[in-house]
Design a protein around this ligand. Structure first.
Ligand code: FNR
Length: 416
């Protein structure tokens, strides 16, 4: 309650508190394409569902008479004390749900001092979002491009923007099979949405000039195999192209920019050895996002990575993949406290945060719920969603008999 009031300045709430109601209300205001993109998952969405179901397999076993009047929610991550073990997951193409997109989320995160992980597929360049956040904590999420120069440029920009860490997302070297989007013929990137980090990048712009000088390229023939490029080409006919966010490019370039983005944005051939390049180009801590196997976790520690985010991308990549929470204990065990293990995919409230921490996560990242807050009420909506999660977490912590994040342990949980 305290956090809630402090967070939103005591004004009356603008978003539903109950998760199901929040989702329902958000859907009403979204285009069918936005809803499909945000709420949808891969294939039959069995992993997306499993992410939530996995939390139901664990029950909190409270302890009583432990003086929980004073509680400390803070955690330290990479030398910075955070008000709570919570960050905002990187989520791309937020302008699908709100005009102010990343700017609104950045301001909301800053008002609560919760770190915002800037998406590589953001709707606003990181420089603009950073400027809107003052000196509040932010990280940058990277997709490894086919161009190492572009990778180096993103990292350099992230450093200049005051990011405290780089999150390398590894589960999306190719976009997952997402029937809801495919059925609607909707892929935001081909309308120029979610490529602002690219079109604002000096290296990308230089490559654009070299590879697609000036004029628009005609759409290439559609041929198998089915990959992002061919799907995009197939969908392009339906798209209302070019999107407004490419206005900063000179005429003729938007189509070329999208084509260039599609051919360059990711490198499926990426291997462990390539990570040295990243190490050599930044002094910031590097976390790997999308690690689910304990052997990968062990390898990451051996190679000197600074942290992991156990995640299956919200069930958007592999249908049938292990639920993120089910993967957490083995990864935690493999890491053995040597580096922080963060967690996302399925966190919907404060009790979920508690369970993930009890299973060994150092902190958790909130995903879809803050997008629903954004859709409903911009910055204010995001603030409320975060504040609600934190307030529920604080209450759960105390009611379970703990007074600090460090005090949460496996003994607080029972598997049913
Ligand atoms: C994502 N996610 C994501 N991850 C990432 O590293 N870079 C990105 O640009 C995106 N974009 C993105 C868009 C949308 C619409 C969603 C829903 C998710 C994955 C995100 O960081 C996080 O892993 C999931 O959202 C966690 O799942 P839940 O808790 O949101 O279901």
């Amino acid at each position: 309650r305290e956090i809630y009031v402090a967070g939103v300045g005591g004004l009356s709430p603008v978003v539903p508190v109950a998760q199901a109601e929040l989702e329902k209300a958000a859907q009403v205001g979204m285009s069918p394409e936005a809803w499909a993109y945000i709420a949808g998952g891969a294939g039959r969405e069995s992993t997306m569902d499993a992410n939530l179901a996995a939390f139901e397999k664990w029950r909190i076993v409270p302890r009583v008479l432990r003086d929980v009047e004073k509680r400390d929610l803070t955690v330290e991550l990479f030398g910075r004390r955070l008000p709570a073990p919570l960050l905002l997951s990187p989520i791309g193409v937020l302008d699908m749900v709100h005009r102010e997109a990343d700017l609104a989320v950045g301001r909301a995160a800053a008002s609560l001092d919760v770190p915002f992980i800037f998406s590589n597929q953001a709707s606003f360049p990181m420089e603009q979002v950073a400027a809107a956040m003052g000196d509040a904590p932010r990280w940058f999420q990277l997709y490894w491009s086919r161009s190492n120069d572009l990778v180096a440029s993103f990292v350099k920009r992230a450093e200049a923007c005051g990011c405290d860490a780089i999150v390398l997302t590894l589960d999306t070297t190719m976009l997952g099979w997402r029937p809801r989007d495919l059925d609607l013929g909707s892929l935001p990137f081909i309308q120029g949405q979610g490529i602002a980090q690219y079109t604002s990048d000096p290296v990308f712009r230089k490559e654009l000039k070299e590879h697609a000088p000036g004029s628009a390229r005609s759409a290439p023939e559609i041929k198998p195999p089915l990959n992002l490029q061919t799907i995009a080409t197939a969908l392009e006919q339906k798209a209302n192209f070019p999107g407004g966010l490419l206005k900063n490019l000179s005429s003729g370039e938007p189509r070329a920019a999208v084509q260039r983005f599609l051919t360059t944005y990711s490198r499926p051939s990426l291997q462990w050895d390539d990570l040295k390049f990243l190490r050599a180009h930044t002094k910031l801590p590097v976390l790997l996002k999308g690690v689910l196997h304990p052997d990968d976790a062990r390898k990451a520690v051996e190679l000197g990575l600074d942290g992991l985010i156990v995640s299956n991308h919200g069930g958007r990549q592999i249908d049938g993949a292990i639920a993120s929470l089910d993967a957490l204990p083995a990864v935690v065990e493999a890491v053995h406290g040597r580096i922080p293990v963060l967690f996302d995919s399925g966190v919907r409230g404060g009790a979920d945060v508690f369970k993930a921490l009890a299973l060994g996560a150092t902190a958790v990242c909130l995903g879809r719920p803050y997008v629903y807050g954004l859709a409903l009420a911009g910055q204010r909506g995001v603030e409320e969603v975060i504040a609600n999660v934190l307030a529920e977490f604080d209450l759960t912590l105390g009611l379970a008999g703990c007074t600090s994040v460090r005090g949460i342990g496996r003994e607080s949980l029972l598997k049913i």
